[in-house]
Design a protein around this ligand. Sequence first.
Ligand code: HMG
Ligand code: MG
Length: 298
Amino acid sequence: MLPDHVTLVDVGPRDGLQNEKEPVSAAHKIELVHRLQAAGLREIEVTSFVSPKWVPQMADNREVMDGIERRPGVRYSVLTPNLKGLDAALATRPDEIVVFGAATEAFSQRNINCSIAESFERFRPVVETAHANGIKVRGAISCALGCPYQGEVSADEVERVVRLMKDIGVDHCGVADTIGVGTPRKVQAAMERALRHYPIAEVSGHFHDTYGQALVNIHACLQMGIAIFDASVAGLGGCPYAKGATGNVATEDVLFLLNGLGIETGIDLDRLVDAAAFISGVLGRKPVSRTGNALLAK
Ligand code: HMG
Ligand code: MG
């Protein structure tokens, strides 16, 4: 049976914009967050506190967090790979932080410059400090369905990282298909490993649409009862350390699917398309989303 309600986490301001070649101003990022919350998004991944040498687009993290007019009931999250990132993030009062590991050693090295084991040694004090400050910690497992450097990734490799997350007290387990190569059975196998260690209310899917599989993968997760998904307005995005990986699945496309299935989200499609049109205008291109473009053409 499918869930009655689904939570969509819009990661557009962070995952979506981190890879843009031209700088996007803090004011435009703030306006994007405002339009997303106006559309009814209740979870927004705003920025990341990573090295500005590695990801220059997120160097304005503090300005963006400080500039948002916060709405009650909306959760604002940020990525923090280490204690330095967390310390900087804490000053901006995030509701949630995200630590991001990888299912493969090769991606861990390329993305965060350390092994999987080392990354968890870095995350451990991040989780402890976040909890001491009353902040929930989400974990993301990149490359859970395939890796641009290693190739195939097994469910065992995914479960190894799920266990590491559980061991250090990460509250939520996000399974991410960074390069969009997952297909429904493989996705269900990876999710099943996450569900061995985390309750269903703390497992989410993060899909990229590189091979056009994101919506069927989300449907496969819905069939398992999973009810939290990351998505990116206008289909923005791509990871700087995963060449050829196109955007995250577009929030508008996921919402169209959920609306059609009668699943409640609290999000208004027209206002979401407005947010997609806004950021696409800033970037000087059309949204990548099918739904966004169809509705904008009307
Ligand atoms: P490192 O070079 O190994 O770190 O980078 P370090 O501790 O040796 O420090 C080197 C320099 O970075 C020092 O500065 C530090 O101060 C600075 P210097 O002395 O050279 O001037 N530094 C920092 N500055 C700001 N904030 C920090 C920070 N930490 C160190 N937090 C590090 C390690 C993790 C920092 C680096 O590799 C990095 O920033 N990587 C970027 C990772 C990233 O943002 N990737 C994209 C997000 S993940 C993703 O998109 C996937 C996901 O969406 C899921 C999916 O789609 O699959 C989550
Ligand atoms: Mg992503």
